[in-house]
Structures are given as structure tokens and as C-alpha cells.
Design a protein around this ligand. Structure first.
Ligand SMILES: [Cu+2]
Length: 70
């Protein structure tokens, strides 16, 4: 299992957290999602043999939450 923390500046409230959870939960290999609303971050635990992090980023962007690249 691996994890990644994504910075998502457009997160503003619990509604965002729910929308992000709903969108990411069905993606292949995604095991756990934690949305830190005040920190504007999403922590994703994933199975590196199954998950496609590009697809995770795309799903977030598609939902209206672009990931800020460092
Ligand atoms: Cu919101």
C-alpha cells in the first residue's frame, strides 16, 4: 500500500469532501481517501499495483478540483 497527499486549493467545505470521496472511491486501487478541508489536501491510500494516479488527478479535475502541482 502506498499513499500520496495531493494539494487541492479549491476545497472549501464538507460538501467538497463528500464530492471528492464519492468521485475517488470507485477508482481502481483506491483504498482510502481522507479530505483535509482546512488544509485543502486529499490523502489517498492506494494499491500501487492497481491504482492509476493520473486517473485520480483527472477525476479530481473533472469534479472541479484541480490538483496544484509542486
Ligand atoms: Cu465545498
Amino acid at each position: 500500500m502506498s499513499e500520496i497527499v495531493l494539494e487541492v486549493p479549491d476545497i472549501s467545505c464538507e460538501h467538497c469532501a463528500r464530492a471528492i470521496n464519492r468521485r475517488l472511491a470507485p477508482l481502481a486501487g483506491v483504498r482510502r481517501i481522507e479530505v483535509d478541508v482546512p488544509g485543502k489536501r486529499v490523502r489517498v491510500e492506494y494499491d500501487e499495483t492497481q491504482a492509476d494516479l493520473g486517473a485520480v488527478r483527472e477525476a479530481l479535475a473533472d469534479e472541479g478540483y484541480a490538483v496544484s502541482e509542486r
